[in-house]
Design a protein around this ligand. Sequence first.
Ligand SMILES: *[C@@H]1O[C@H](CO)[C@@H](O)[C@H](O)[C@H]1NC(C)=O
Length: 216
Amino acid sequence: MATHVLLIVLPALLFSVIMADHIPLQDFCVADVGNNRAVLVNGLSCKDSKTVQANDFFFSGLHLPGNTSNPVGSRVTPVTVTQLPGLNTLGISMARIDYTPWGINPPHTHPRASEILTVLEGTLEVGFITSNPDNRLITKVLSKGDVFVFPVGLVHFQRNVGKVNAVAIAALSSQNPGVITIANAVFGSKPAVSADILAKAFQVDSGVINKLQSKF
Ligand SMILES: *[C@@H]1O[C@H](CO)[C@@H](O)[C@H](O)[C@H]1NC(C)=O
């Protein structure tokens, strides 16, 4: 009986400890970009808090449209810990996303963050795909002012289905959410995954894989 209680309580206790660890134990840890000292917090060292300035918590430029002249017709302008060192340890970040008509933000995942997306201008078709074995597509068309959430780790995408440019703002639950763009990761890895592995995985001829690999 005691063993059973322990089996239930112990994971819950560990889980709560892990959750508590997400709350910073200091006001902030402004990432000391470029200084590789021995003590790192979330992969970055902290600036001496006495030298911290307002600009460490500041980013300017999200009013500017991103350049969408590229094969997918979209541009993500990220504001993560890389662009805004004050985000370090705070567990949040954001991005502006611009889309030309029929432009897509291709299928990708954020390994460390859920994403909540708000449409500022235009009309977006959005979707995410649930895990195996269901792989269900959850999709919706969004208009200006609409909000949609992409759960952490799941493959998701957006497409501008309107006649004019679209703009969205995304908020993410990590200062360093990470991005894995499916096509780039699978067909554009360095070095390349063997074409015969991908041919079997995707159930196509290796010629199709070679063509895909040449594009990434
Ligand atoms: C946008 O990107 C394209 C392709 O890289 C480039 O040719 C063009 O000059 C860029 N436009 C601006 C305004 O930066």
